[in-house]
Design a protein around this ligand. Structure first.
Ligand SMILES: C[S@@+](CC[C@H](N)C(=O)[O-])C[C@H]1O[C@@H](n2cnc3c(N)ncnc32)[C@H](O)[C@@H]1O
Length: 271
């Protein structure tokens, strides 16, 4: 394996970022994956194909159909104007059905947030790492007064939508385009949500998930793993993720409370 040249990397990044599917994905993430794939493939064409395959696993496979951000935002704004909590949950839930992670969480969402995001004080700050559409679950979170919310993901279209959503909701929220593998957040927070994202980060770089958790400046973290793979196959994956996470928590002396749902295994960490 030889070190990839700068010019070749630029060309692979340009080819991938000009494709319709990945044109709004963080260039930082595309570059990081391009460097790895160019080291493994001699021909640029093969590297471009390999980068697209990797991106599909990391961020392209979660949405069910094209995201309809304008329609979702309009419905949410309308529900906010009505001032009706049931209508707001319905509008957010409609959008959440179109992303695999939130779709699976919806049937358990009352219990999930009821049991896991309790006891936050006013003025708390929440981080949501690799958030997908999870910020749309805020109407279920029973948050105290004056909470602020920062979330990160690697798709600019999603980030624009989430910023418009926070504005519509009147929430002090900020969505940021950020590859948390190369640029992990270190700002202090009351609670960090790290939901179903660690296996994805480990696909980008080995042990990136553990490094991210160690570096977070949050006394509480809610970490979760999918109970099954995207295709619905079990393969003992959940047990492997849980065992690895518990070994990390043990070595860091974190206190962990585990709650197992049908679709998701959650760990509430205190440190
Ligand atoms: C399985 S989804 C989980 C979404 C959300 N946390 C949830 O549970 O509803 C993984 C998310 O992580 C995002 N992601 C993947 N790699 C990332 C990276 N390097 N930095 C930030 N976000 C990333 C993907 O775009 C996707 O939205």
């Amino acid at each position: 394996m030889t070190e990839p040249e700068g010019g070749a990397i630029d060309q692979v990044v340009a080819a991938v970022s000009h494709s319709a599917k990945y044109r709004r994905v963080s260039l930082d993430l595309i570059r990081a994956i391009a460097e790895q794939e160019l080291a493994a493939h001699r021909k640029e064409k093969d590297a471009v194909k390999a980068v697209k395959n990797r991106l599909h696993q990391v961020c392209g496979a979660f949405f069910i159909g094209e995201p309809r951000y304008a329609t979702w935002l309009q419905a949410i704004e309308h529900a906010v104007q009505q001032g009706e909590p049931v209508a707001l949950r319905a509008a957010c839930g409609e959008a959440m059905l179109k992303h695999t992670s939130t779709r699976e969480r919806l049937p358990i969402i009352e219990r999930f947030y009821g049991e896991l995001v309790e006891g936050l004080a006013p003025d708390s700050h929440i981080l949501d790492i690799g958030c997908g559409l999870n910020p749309l679950a805020i109407p279920w979170m029973r948050l105290p007064e004056r909470v602020s919310y920062t979330c990160y993901d690697i798709d600019a279209g999603l980030i624009d939508f989430l910023n418009a959503y926070f504005a519509a909701m009147g929430i002090s929220g900020h969505a940021e385009l950020r590859n948390v593998v190369t640029d992990p957040p270190h700002a202090p927070a009351s609670l960090a949500l790290v939901l179903k994202v660690l296996p994805t980060l480990d696909q980008i770089q080995r042990d990136a998930g553990a490094a991210l958790l160690r570096g977070l400046a949050a006394p509480r973290m809610l970490v979760s793993f999918p109970a099954h793979s995207l295709g619905g196959v079990q393969k003992g994956m959940a047990a492997t993720y849980s065992a690895r996470f518990l070994a990390l928590a043990d070595s860091e002396r974190w206190q962990v409370r585990q709650i197992t749902f049908a679709s998701e295994i959650a760990f509430l960490v205190t440190r």
